[in-house]
Design a protein around this ligand. Structure first.
Ligand code: FAD
Length: 516
């Protein structure tokens, strides 16, 4: 017999089998000796009351043993199957490739960047010398923007597809099973590269192909049908189906599509800054205590405020994290955040951005690059204000609201360094004004948040794609080109690792239907 029950337990005991068995026994009123095992279904931290607790949903096995599930995917061999070209090895591309194999199709991934190992050197150059390799950086290379990301795996887009299936695929490739039960699953930058490597090995072992340092420069289209892709090394790759999963930072791909007469559209996004606090300020506010202690993880927050008709919200919050330089060109500043699996850095950072509507940005309404140009302007201004070498413009929080250039900046995690400026030099005035109103309001919601110990670093601009590549809702194909499947975050169908992965799966299913 199996019964489900919710239990609460004090921090530090959430993995202690004896404690959990005793709590389960009380919850279902069955003697402990009859409980032969249990499976954790959900686990979350409840910090609403004065005492912080773990809340857990259990499946309790009574008089029968619990056999743990083994997560191990078997892939069929597709070496000689029909080829599908997948441009981009981000989460969308990798999951599309695995799903193609499941559908009996041979994925050929074409990736402009390097494999995860070689990519590391380019990240070191970015952080230590402020040098950006436009083909290999935090956004480009094996695993895409997902590899050296934070690896938070929660998503609001559960309706789009099989979230649990995506999480199980991560577990089958080396992620811990915790991600299947935690309310806020997280992998961490240090663990993602091995997982991505294991996914590549699954693709290769099944007879798929992965080409690194190989950039697609144009699509080969004949009479409205996909034929293949042209590579920068002047070779051509031929296939009747191409999944285009090039991410939101491949601006050259958007320009290439437009130049080829393939329809793209401008799309709204959000822009702002990354804000960093000492982690202990966030812990004090969220856990209502002076010191978090060893039994609780660094805490997070989620803040939103409506200011003058626009949403201002925190985004991609990284407890115990680092602010990362995520530019893809030498003359721009783009910040984002990551954290290691233990989240043991002393800072908490979060993107804090203002929603931009289409009518907010002036220019030719028919110009598909209107929003992208607006995004790039802020990134270039940030570079100029920082003075070069990826030094980022920054300001203390209260100084920002009170319009003072900070006399000095707090110690922070952004490795290329920060320069004290008035961020009005970088942000459009209507975004600046809304952020100035939102921050004290956030402080009223969360004690300690509004403080001059916090630093604002500009600019958080790649929140989502400023361009959409249209596709049919049913077939997932571009309306003008049969066999072209716009996919993932860059095409405007995802915002984060899980939704990009799900979109990859959906596009691969679309390809299978196209070939059927
Ligand atoms: P991408 O991951 O951008 O992959 C696109 C790939 O296409 C890249 O590898 C690129 O090199 C390749 N490519 C581009 N053009 C070409 C071409 N012409 N030829 C060949 N290849 C090409 N999301 C979360 O859900 N949780 C997080 O915690 C999180 N943290 C993040 C932290 C950081 C620092 C960053 C940068 C991002 C983070 N994200 C996070 C966002 C997440 O990484 C992206 O949403 C996700 O990677 C998008 O997946 P994608 O496959 O659509 O595109």
């Amino acid at each position: 017999m199996i019964k489900e029950a919710e239990i609460v337990c004090p921090p530090g005991q959430q993995e202690d089998e004896a404690v959990l068995t005793a709590l389960a026994s009380t919850a279902i009123n069955i003697p402990q000796k009859r409980i032969k095992g249990f499976k954790v279904l959900k686990r979350s931290i409840d910090a609403r009351g004065r005492k912080v607790l773990y809340r857990m949903q259990l499946s309790i096995y009574i008089d029968e043993p619990y056999t743990p599930e083994i997560y191990n995917h078997q892939y069929k061999n597709v070496k000689d199957a029909k080829p599908v070209i997948i441009v981009g090895a981000g989460p969308a591309g990798l999951f599309a490739a695995l799903q193609c194999i499941g559908q009996g199709l041979k994925p050929i991934i074409v990736e402009r960047g390097k494999d995860v190992k070689q990519r590391r050197r380019d990240l070191a150059n970015i952080n230590k010398q402020g040098l950006v390799n436009p083909e290999s950086n935090y956004c480009f290379g094996e695993g895409g923007a997902g590899t050296y990301s934070d690896g938070k795996l929660y998503t609001r887009s559960t309706k789009r597809g099989d979230v649990t299936g995506v999480l199980k695929t991560f577990v089958a490739h080396g992620a811990t099973e915790d991600i299947l039960v935690d309310a806020r699953p997280h992998i961490g930058t240090n663990k993602l590269p091995q997982i991505i490597t294991a996914m590549r090995e699954s693709i290769l072992n099944a007879g798929g192909e992965v080409l690194f340092d190989t950039k697609v420069t144009s699509l080969l289209v004949s009479f409205g049908k996909m034929q293949g892709v042209q590579l920068a090394n002047s070779e051509k790759l031929m296939a009747d189906a191409v999944i285009l999963a090039t991410g939101h930072s491949a601006h050259d791909m958007f320009r290439m599509l437009h130049a080829q007469g393939i329809l793209i559209e401008a799309k709204p996004f959000a822009l702002g800054v990354r804000i960093e606090h000492p982690q202990e300020i966030i812990d004090r506010a969220q856990y209502h205590c002076e010191y978090r202690g060893p039994d609780l993880p660094p805490s997070y927050y989620n803040l939103v405020e409506q200011v003058d008709d626009r949403g201002v919200f925190s985004f991609c919050m990284c407890p115990g994290g680092i602010i990362a330089p995520c530019a893809t060109a030498a003359d721009e500043i783009v910040v984002n955040g990551w954290s290691p699996s233990k989240r043991n850095n002393p800072f908490a950072n979060s993107g804090t951005v203002v929603q931009i509507n289409m009518e907010d940005v002036k220019g030719d309404m028919a110009d598909p690059f209107r929003m992208l140009d607006f995004q790039q302007k802020a990134e270039h201004l940030a570079f100029k204000a920082g003075g070069g070498n990826l030094v980022a413009p920054a300001q203390r929080m209260v100084d920002f609201v009170e319009r003072r250039v900070s006399a000095n900046l707090p110690v922070n995690s952004y490795l290329p360094g920060c320069k004290s400026v008035d961020l009005i030099e970088v942000l459009p005035d209507w975004i600046h004004a809304r952020l100035r109103k939102a921050l004290p309001a956030f402080g009223r919601k969360m004690k300690g948040y509004y403080t001059n110990e916090a630093i604002l670093v500009g600019v958080e601009s790649r929140t989502s794609s400023p361009i959409k590549v249209p596709r049919d809702r049913e077939t997932y194909q571009h309306p003008q080109v049969a066999g072209l499947f716009p996919c993932g975050e860059g095409a405007g169908y995802a915002g984060g690792i899980i939704s990009a992965a799900i979109d990859g799966v959906n596009c691969a299913d679309g390809v299978a239907r196209f070939f059927a």
